[in-house]
Design a protein around this ligand. Structure first.
Ligand SMILES: Nc1ncnc2c1ncn2[C@@H]1O[C@H](COP(=O)(O)OP(=O)(O)OP(=O)(O)O)[C@@H](O)[C@H]1O
Ligand SMILES: [Mg+2]
Length: 476
C-alpha cells in the first residue's frame, strides 16, 4: 500500500523546541466509527499536495484514527471570558496535531477540535458535535471567500458517538475536525504566563512569536522589535475587525482565548451573519449583556488588546505598548471605510465624499427594511452604467415599497452615490460593476441557509446540499 501522504509531510515541532512549559502531550480518543464528511482539497495545495494523491482513507487514518504522528500537544492557555478571567482553560477538546511549512516557507499549524479529553477538559466530553463541525467548515469557507483573514478546516470526520448538548436536539452526532491556521498561540497563552509570574517564559514565547510570525522584525534592536510587534498586531486586529464588520459577521465569542497573536479569525461557534444592519445584534443565546454584539466587536477587540498589553508590560516598555494601541481606532476606521467603499463598488473616493457616503449608507441601512446583504446584492445585481447620469434609477427595485421617511433617505443617498460615480470616468463603470460583484459574493451564509443544509443531513443523511453550498460559496 502506498504511504499516506498526509503522514509523510515534513512536520516540524517549532513549539516543542520551546520546552514543555507550554503544553501537555496527549493522545487522541478512539472513535467507534470514522466517516469522512469533508476534505478541503483546496487547502491540500498549501501543503504541497495534489488532491488526487490523497485518498479518503488517508484522511481517515491521519485525521480520524490519528495513526502516525504523535505525541499531540494540548496547549496551555487562560483567557478573559465575557470579561471574567478564567485560569482553568487550555485545549480541552483539541490539540496541536503538527506544524508544517508550505512551499513558500510559511509555518502553519494543524490543530484539532473534538479529538478527546485532555487535562483541560474540566469535566467536558472533549467532543465536537457534527453540526458544530459543519457550521465551522461553512463559516471559515464563507469568510475566506469574503477576503477575511481566517483559519480553515482541512477535514471533518464523523465519529459515531452520541453527544448531549443543551443547545442542540440531543442525542446529537459527533465529529472531529482538523483546522489549518497560521498559529494557535492566543492572547490567553501570554495571559497564563503572567498569571503564573513567569516573565522568562513570556520572553521566550514572545521571541518565538516574533521570529516565526513577524520575521521581518527579527533583526531590529530588542526594544523596537517588541514595540513594533505589538503595533503591528494592533493594526492586524483592527483590520480583521473591519473585515468582519463589513462582511456583516458577528463572531459571538470574542474571549481573549479566541484571539490569535497573528490577528487571524478562528473558533466559529455560535457566530452569525447579520440579517439586518443592527449594532445590537447578538449571535450567542448566552450573551445576555450583548458584550459580543455585532456593533461592539471593535471595542471588545480593543479591550482584548489592552488586556494583552497589560500582561506584556512585564517584559515590554509600557509607553511603547500604549503608543502601539493608540492608533487602533484610526486603523479600524480606515480599514472599515476601505472595505465598505469596495462593497459599494469604489476603490478610492475623496475622503470627505467617502465618509459622507459611508455615513449615509449606514443611516439608510438602519432605517429601511432591507437586509444588510440584500442591499449590497441588489446593488451588485441592479448596477447599470446609466446610474452615473440618472441617479433616480439607482436601486429602484430594492427600495420601491419603502415608507416616505426611507424614500427621503434613499433620495439623499442616491445623490451621494451618484456623486461618487461621477468622480470616475464613464469608461470606469464596468470596473464598478465588477467590484460590486467581487465584494458582494452570494450566497450569504445566513442562518436559515445553514439550517437548510443541516436539515437533510440530520433527517436523511443527505450531504449533497452541504457540498453544493460550499461549491457556491467558494467556486473553484
Ligand atoms: N466539550 C468540551 N469538552 C471539553 N472542553 C471543552 C468542550 N467545549 C469547550 N471546551 C473548552 O472550553 C474552553 C472554551 O471553549 P471554546 O468553545 O472557546 O473553544 P473551542 O471551541 O473548544 O476551541 P477553539 O478555541 O480551538 O476553537 C476551551 O478551553 C475548550 O477547550
Ligand atoms: Mg475557543
Amino acid at each position: 500500500m502506498p504511504a499516506n501522504p498526509l503522514l509523510s509531510l515534513p512536520y516540524e515541532s517549532a513549539l516543542v523546541e520551546l520546552g514543555d512549559d507550554y503544553f501537555d502531550p496527549v493522545a487522541a480518543a478512539k472513535f467507534p466509527r470514522c466517516h469522512l464528511r469533508f476534505r478541503n482539497d483546496r487547502l491540500l495545495q498549501q501543503l504541497g499536495l495534489e488532491a488526487s494523491q490523497v485518498t479518503d482513507e488517508d484522511f481517515i487514518q491521519a485525521f480520524g484514527r490519528f495513526e502516525g504522528c504523535a505525541p499531540f500537544l494540548a496547549l496551555r492557555y487562560h483567557g478573559y471570558q465575557f470579561g471574567e478571567y478564567n485560569p482553568f482553560l487550555g485545549d480541552g477538546r483539541g490539540f496541536l496535531y503538527g506544524q508544517l511549512r508550505n512551499p513558500a516557507g510559511v509555518l502553519y499549524d494543524l490543530g484539532t477540535k473534538g479529538s478527546g479529553t485532555t487535562p483541560y477538559s474540566r469535566g467536558g466530553d472533549g467532543r465536537l458535535t457534527l453540526k458544530g463541525g459543519v457550521r465551522e467548515v461553512l463559516a471559515a469557507e464563507a469568510l475566506h471567500a469574503l477576503g477575511v483573514r481566517t483559519s480553515r478546516c482541512l477535514s471533518l470526520v464523523e465519529t459515531g458517538e452520541a453527544l448531549w448538548r443543551g443547545d442542540e436536539p440531543s442525542p446529537t452526532r459527533s465529529a472531529v475536525m482538523v483546522r489549518w491556521s497560521h498559529t494557535h498561540i492566543r492572547f490567553g497563552t501570554f495571559e497564563r504566563l503572567d498569571y503564573l509570574g513567569r516573565p522568562d517564559l513570556m520572553r521566550q514565547l514572545l521571541d518565538h512569536a516574533i521570529s516565526t510570525y513577524y520575521p521581518h522584525l527579527k533583526d531590529q534592536p530588542a526594544a523596537e522589535r517588541d514595540a513594533q510587534f505589538f503595533a503591528e498586531l494592533v493594526a492586524r486586529v483592527a483590520s480583521l475587525v473591519a473585515q468582519w464588520m463589513s462582511a456583516g459577521f458577528c463572531h459571538a465569542v470574542l474571549n481573549t482565548d479566541n484571539m490569535s497573536i497573528v490577528g487571524e479569525s478562528f473558533d466559529y461557534g455560535p457566530y452569525a451573519f447579520i440579517p439586518e444592519y443592527d449594532p445590537k445584534f447578538t449571535a450567542a443565546y448566552f450573551d445576555y449583556s450583548g458584550r459580543y454584539s455585532y456593533g461592539n466587536q471593535p471595542a471588545v477587540c480593543r479591550w482584548n488588546l489592552q488586556m494583552l498589553a497589560k500582561v506584556l508590560s512585564s517584559i515590554v516598555d509600557r509607553a511603547d505598548l500604549e503608543a502601539g494601541l493608540a492608533p487602533f481606532e484610526s486603523h479600524y476606521q480606515t480599514a472599515y471605510r476601505q472595505r465598505m467603499l469596495q462593497k459599494l463598488g469604489f476603490e478610492l473616493l475623496p475622503l470627505e465624499l467617502a465618509e459622507l457616503l459611508l455615513q449615509q449608507t449606514i443611516e439608510l441601512l438602519s432605517e429601511v427594511r432591507v437586509g444588510y446583504h440584500e442591499f449590497f446584492a441588489g446593488l451588485a445585481q441592479q448596477f447599470s452604467p446609466d446610474w452615473r447620469s440618472h441617479p433616480q434609477t439607482i436601486l429602484q427595485a430594492t427600495l420601491e415599497h419603502s415608507d416616505p421617511a426611507a424614500v427621503a433617505l434613499l433620495k439623499q443617498w442616491r445623490q451621494t452615490y451618484q456623486r461618487g460615480l461621477s468622480q470616475l470616468p464613464a469608461d470606469a463603470m464596468a470596473a464598478v460593476g465588477q467590484r460590486l460583484r467581487q465584494h458582494n459574493p452570494s450566497p450569504v451564509l445566513l442562518r436559515p441557509l445553514i439550517e437548510a443544509v443541516w436539515e437533510p443531513i440530520t433527517t436523511a443523511d443527505d450531504w449533497q446540499p452541504f457540498y453544493d453550498l460550499i461549491e457556491r460559496i467558494q467556486p473553484s
